[in-house]
Design a protein around this ligand. Structure first.
Ligand code: G3I
Length: 469
């Protein structure tokens, strides 16, 4: 790793602390005024400092002692993954995840959910699935898991690691990707419908260097989602660093550029292999980069002690195997106490943009304008594959605001709706009426909202009509 003092980002650090969180800070403050734990020091600028937690370590008193003292955000390291929560199709298992969530909540900590849709750590039954059956299974999994934890999750990693490494900047091949390029936005819409108050993140690794094709690919997807009203609130940067993949000099630039799209950025799985002052300096740089970006909401390290790490031989964490604080710990704490820009915390609502849909796969669009009290239009974008389709219906208000809407469309004979999101529906074949749900009935004049559905059979030729209620 070629990192010198010269290459360290110079970050303007605010010298004053943020009054809004002063209460929490004072409880843990040293006589000199600096907070003495990672969580409390991060709270000074409205951020969090979290860790990955393994359920089978909650009986380790050293581990739990550090967890309870230092961190105010928790991610289940493996226990919320698909193989853990749905080991057999439609049989859900939340025991180990619950142990982590309940521990966190009982200690006043928040929880990041990891992860709802991922090509890896799928249970065997899902690994063997393709096409519309897999798409429906994904929707069902997201709905069930996000609904079960509704209200308890600060942010979900809705989709994990969907982009390819290397120079393509495109998607990673996987059974999920083969269900259609829109699988990611379907996942986000499904998660929003299940838990409207959780922040919804896209999470990936090797997206830290602004010049890398993978970073650019993810950036373009997030930009497209924001333009089209796909509900995404945050981007997670795993940030697993080692000599082959060092902290890039433009790391802060990457975080800032994503934040400028209107999403929070979160450092979600930080670990940096190394030791001593070199490791400490890298941790300091990452911490300072987050502090310098107003929408960097917080940092999560991927484990507590080096011995807890998925790559323990690289001693990448903040505590040694005995639970002692390392130089890296002190560097992070000092950087947090030096302050940073105050975070803004906003939750994006579904579908309020007016930009034009960007089609990414085989898509047909039909638009029909109808009258109604205020008038509204509906358009359908349909992505089809051999056995099925996913339709996205955009509802756009006319010259006056909508206080509720009804969309009517007729499916081709033999086609059946197997799942839907962001709307109520009257049936699943033939002529179907769709009405708004509680959070998307009010649409300002000229603005849009979207709902969608998945079906088997043919999805072409939809001709939706919209009426205002
Ligand atoms: O619990 C079993 C144990 O009973 C068995 O004896 C042992 C034999 O191999 O395996 C144990 O399970 C392992 C599990 O970690 C718990 O330690 C799995 O084999 C192993 O595959 C699993 O690795 C996890 C890995 O994700 C799987 O992809 C790591 O703990 C976890 O830290 C890692 O986390 C990922 C994030 O989810 C996504 N980003 C990358 C990150 C690091 O790979």
């Amino acid at each position: 790793m070629k990192l010198t003092a010269k290459s360290v980002s110079r970050v303007a650090l605010a010298s004053t602390l943020v009054a809004a969180t002063a209460g929490a800070v004072l409880l843990a403050a040293s006589p000199a005024g600096a907070a003495t734990t990672l969580g409390a020091s991060a709270q000074q600028s409205g951020r969090y400092f979290g860790t990955a937690v393994a359920a089978n370590k909650l009986s380790d008193s050293t581990y739990v002692g550090i967890l309870n003292r230092e961190f105010d955000m928790v991610t289940a390291e493996n226990e919320m993954k698909i193989d853990a929560t749905e080991p057999n199709q439609n049989q859900f298992s939340f025991g180990n995840a619950d142990r982590i969530v309940n521990h966190a909540i009982s200690q006043g900590k928040r929880v990041r959910g990891h992860t709802l849709a991922w090509y890896s750590q799928q249970p065997g039954w899902m690994q063997r699935m393709e096409g519309s059956a897999l798409r429906q299974a994904m929707i069902n999994h997201i709905t069930q898991v996000a609904s079960y934890y509704k209200g308890k999750i600060y942010a979900w990693d809705v989709v994990n690691e969907a982009f390819a490494d290397g120079s393509s900047g495109g998607r990673r091949d996987s059974n999920l990707q083969r269900t259609g390029n829109d699988w990611i936005e379907v996942a986000f819409r499904t998660a929003r419908a299940a838990d409207p108050n959780a922040k919804l993140c896209y999470n990936d690794y090797n997206t830290d260097d602004w010049t890398h094709a993978k970073t650019q690919g993810v950036y373009r997807m997030v930009q497209d989602f924001k333009q089209r009203g796909v509900p995404i609130d945050c981007v997670g940067f795993q940030s697993h660093f080692n000599p082959q993949s060092p902290v890039p000099s433009n790391y802060q630039t990457t975080l800032q550029n994503f934040a400028n799209l209107g999403v929070d950025v979160q450092i979600t799985e930080l670990d940096i292999e190394g030791s001593g002052s070199a490791q400490a300096q890298n941790y300091q740089r990452v911490t300072q980069a987050c502090l310098a970006v107003a929408r960097c909401a917080g940092i999560t390290v991927w484990g507590i002690r080096d011995s807890d790490s998925w790559r323990s031989s690289g001693t990448p964490l903040l505590f040694d195997g005995s639970g002692n604080k390392k130089a890296a710990y002190t560097a992070v704490l000092d950087a947090l106490n030096a302050g940073g820009t105050t975070t803004t915390s906003t939750t994006t609502t579904t579908g309020t943009t007016t930009s034009t849909t960007t089609t990414t796969t085989t898509t047909t669009t039909t638009t029909t304008t109808t009258s109604g009290p205020g008038g509204c239009t509906a358009s359908a974008s349909v992505n089809s594959w051999a056995e099925g389709f996913v339709a996205t219906i955009r509802v756009t208000a006319g010259s006056t605001p909508l206080n509720g809407w009804t969309v009517t469309l007729t499916l081709p004979s033999g086609s059946t709706v197997t799942g839907s999101w962001n709307a109520n529906r009257s049936g699943n074949t033939g002529t179907i009426q769709w009405t708004n749900v509680s959070y998307n009935g009010n649409v300002a004049a000229g603005q849009s909202t979207e709902f969608g559905f998945q079906g088997t059979g043919v999805g072409t030729g939809l001709s939706p009509t919209c009426s205002a209620r």
